[in-house]
Structure formats: structure tokens, C-alpha cells
Design a protein around this ligand. Structure first.
Ligand SMILES: Cc1ncc(COP(=O)(O)O)c(C=O)c1O
Length: 400
């Protein structure tokens, strides 16, 4: 076997099965309790009514399916995204032509970006840093891009923050890219301005890029999350240098099936990514671009969704209680300590017809074999307050 082929295969083999595949295997041959209606709190899939503009906009724009869309996204969509970023993050100016791209869901973009920006062998910078637990795409991106993922443990001891102060100097100097996730899936932690400031200072000092996954920025319990671009601008940095953010209509607008998101930031990085995408070709169909532009331009539905998520969280903890529990600052996930996460997930499924994810499926073992997701489960509050209360009641009576 030639060397390249071999190393490509080895890279893929470094990845375990995706969390939902593992869950399927865990539940294989097991049955839910026939007396209880199933509750699926496993996937982070918002289940809210379609915003009203979706059907009308789509109907008006159907003719667009007859045309090839450009990969970067049409100007109306990129303008709508730029305006949203300016409004939401109080930015002076975002240039739709050079600082914004359309994504077909952020999942593909979060994966592909590592391939566009880093070259571990040539740059001699092997590390991609990421939170642990993490959205698994960061891990897949790092491995397949030939980098070495380096995990920042997010534990009760760190307040679920990826602790920048725990990273040794020689790691920073060998770091090509850092993924941040704020609000965080699965822990609900939110980065504050000081966190981003410290990361930006480190990026300048050690010459790396920051990719900030802000998909849950519109789902928060109290303080509205700050974004990387606004912190960069507040520091007087030139043109968001070294920074890219990703955001998504999947969570904000409850449109996960539309597969639409944004990439924005440093024009030089955007140009590099656009070039790669001109070959890989993840173009957003024109009718969906029109719906996406409408979604970025409307806040009413987002405020309605936020209200439902807040009610759901309250309903959940009113029943579940708050002793020894981390109340998430953002996202629609609860991250709950349990004695044994896999045994608990199985028991919840069999006894209470509830699907949740074992925390260890969203985390990686560190060099000492410690997995910071062990001893936790993740449940998504995506079905409204009544179901959230029902879910809490069922989880409370699970017996191991
Ligand atoms: C942290 C995080 N980032 C990105 C995504 C991707 O979302 P999408 O591809 O639907 O935009 C998800 C989806 O669950 C997520 O949890």
C-alpha cells in the first residue's frame, strides 16, 4: 500500500463511531417500556413549529432550483448575514463580499475549515486544540487533516471552561488552530469577553487561528453571550484577523433540516476557505438561500423560541431539583452527573422510554485515560416545557 493511502486510512481509523451510532449499538436488542410514550432527548434537534416565513418564501423562490447557486452564497444572503452580525454583535461593519460565506449547516464547515487552514506537516504545528467534551466534528476535522487533537478538559473543577492557563507554553507554540464552542454543547458553559481576549492575545503571540462555534448564541438563560468578533473589534484589531465564527439557523431558527449556516471573519481566511470550497462545492440552493436570508433578518421567531427554551429549562429543574447540578448558562442541553453514564442511559431507555446520550460518547480519553464525560449524561430540552418536566420526572426515578 502506498504511504499516502496508508496514512489516510490510519487517520480515519483514529476516529471512533459517531456518538449516535454508538448509542444505536448500546440500545440494540433492548426495548423501551411499553407503558410509556418515548421521549427522545438524545439529539440536539429543535422541535418547534416552522417560522411562518419559511413556506411563503420557499413558494416564491422555487424557480431558483433551476439554477446553479454560487458556492460562496448569493449577495442577498451574505448581506442579510452581515447585517445580522452587525446588529447582534454591535459591529461597525461586516463586508458581505469578503468577510462572509454561506455554509450548508455549520457541521460541514467546522469540519472542512481545518483542512483549508492547516498543514501540520509543512507548518510544523501539529496541534488543534478543542474543548473536551466537544462537538465531535472538531475531533474528526483534526484527525483527518493530519493534526493532533489536544484536549482542554471542561470539568466541574474548571467551571466547565476549557482552561487556557493549563496549556503549556510549548503546546501553544505548536498550535495551528483552536476550536471554541460558546455556548457549549454539551456543558452549557459560555465564554466571557475576558476569555476571548486571553485567547486572542495567545493567538497573536503564538500565531494560530481561532474558530469560534457560536451555534447556540441565541439560546441562553440570563446574559446574552458575547461573540468572538465583537471582542476582536472591541480590542481595535484589524479586520477580525485570525478569527472565524460559525453560526447556524438549525438552532436559532429551529431549522435543522434546512442545513444552513454562516461563516464570517478574517477576509484572508475567508478567501482561503472560499477557494477550497470552490472545489468541494457545498453550494446552498437558491430557494434555501432566500429562506435563510429571511431567517437572519427576523428576530421575532428567535425571541419566541428563546422563551420556550427558558420555560423548558425552568420546568426541567423545577422537577429535577438543582442539588449538585450544573445549571447551563446557554444551549438547550442539560449535563447531569450520574454514577455510570452508559448504565444510566440503558436504564432510562428500558425503564422510562427516554433516550439520552452518555457523556463519554461526547468526550475523548486524555493522555492519562481520563474521560471528562464519564459520569455525565446529556439530555436535550427540545420538546417544550411540558415534555421537559416529564423528562425530569422520569430521569429522577431511573434506578441502576
Ligand atoms: C456545537 C455545535 N456546533 C455545530 C453544530 C452543527 O449544526 P448545523 O450543522 O445543523 O448547523 C451542532 C449541531 O448539533 C452543534 O451542537
Amino acid at each position: 500500500m502506498d504511504h499516502n493511502k496508508q496514512s489516510r486510512q490510519v487517520r480515519l481509523e483514529q476516529l471512533g463511531a459517531y456518538p449516535f451510532e454508538r448509542l444505536k449499538s448500546l440500545f440494540a436488542g433492548r426495548a423501551v417500556n411499553p407503558e410509556l410514550n418515548p421521549i427522545d432527548a438524545g439529539a440536539g434537534e429543535p422541535r418547534l413549529p416552522l417560522p411562518s416565513f419559511v413556506a411563503t418564501t420557499l413558494a416564491e423562490q422555487l424557480g431558483g432550483f433551476s439554477k446553479y447557486p454560487s458556492t460562496v452564497g448569493g449577495l442577498p444572503l451574505r448581506q442579510a448575514i452581515a447585517c445580522w452580525l452587525e446588529r447582534r454583535f454591535d459591529l461597525q461593519h461586516v463586508d458581505p463580499l469578503t468577510q462572509v460565506l454561506s455554509a450548508n449547516g455549520t457541521r460541514e464547515a467546522l469540519f472542512a475549515i481545518a483542512h483549508a487552514l492547516i498543514n501540520p506537516e509543512a507548518d510544523k504545528k501539529p496541534y488543534v486544540l478543542m474543548p473536551n467534551p466537544m462537538y465531535q466534528i472538531y475531533l474528526g476535522a483534526a484527525y483527518t487533516a493530519g493534526a493532533e487533537p489536544l484536549f482542554l478538559p471542561c470539568t466541574a473543577e474548571t467551571g466547565f471552561a476549557p482552561d487556557l492557563n493549563a496549556v503549556p507554553e510549548d503546546v501553544w507554540s505548536n498550535t495551528a488552530l483552536v476550536y471554541v464552542c460558546s455556548p457549549s454543547n454539551p456543558t452549557g458553559w459560555i465564554a466571557d469577553a475576558a476569555y476571548f481576549e486571553q485567547l486572542l492575545a495567545l493567538a497573536d503571540k503564538h500565531d494560530f487561528y481561532i474558530v469560534s462555534d457560536e451555534c447556540y448564541s441565541e439560546i441562553y438563560w440570563q446574559d446574552r453571550p458575547v461573540g468572538l468578533l465583537e471582542v476582536a473589534e472591541s480590542l481595535g484589531r484589524d479586520g477580525f484577523s485570525r478569527c472565524l465564527v460559525m453560526n447556524s439557523l438549525s438552532k436559532r431558527s429551529a431549522l435543522p433540516g434546512m442545513r444552513s449556516g454562516l461563516i464570517a471573519g478574517d477576509a484572508e481566511l475567508i478567501a482561503r476557505f472560499a477557494k477550497m470550497r470552490s472545489y468541494t462545492g457545498p453550494a446552498t440552493p437558491l430557494p434555501l438561500q432566500a429562506v435563510a436570508a429571511a431567517a437572519w433578518s427576523d428576530e421575532t421567531h428567535v425571541e419566541q423560541h428563546l422563551d420556550v427554551y427558558r420555560q423548558s429549562l425552568k420546568a426541567f429543574f423545577d422537577v429535577y431539583g438543582t442539588d449538585d447540578v450544573n445549571i447551563p448558562a446557554g444551549s438547550f442541553f442539560v449535563w447531569l452527573p450520574v454514577p455510570d453514564e452508559e448504565a444510566f442511559a440503558v436504564a432510562a431507555y428500558e425503564q422510562q422510554s427516554v433516550t439520552i446520550l452518555p457523556g463519554s460518547y461526547l468526550s475523548a480519553d486524555d493522555d492519562n485515560g481520563v474521560n471528562p464525560g464519564s459520569g455525565y449524561i446529556r439530555a436535550a430540552l427540545v420538546d417544550g416545557p411540558e415534555k421537559a418536566a416529564e423528562l425530569a420526572g422520569r430521569l429522577k426515578v431511573v434506578r441502576l
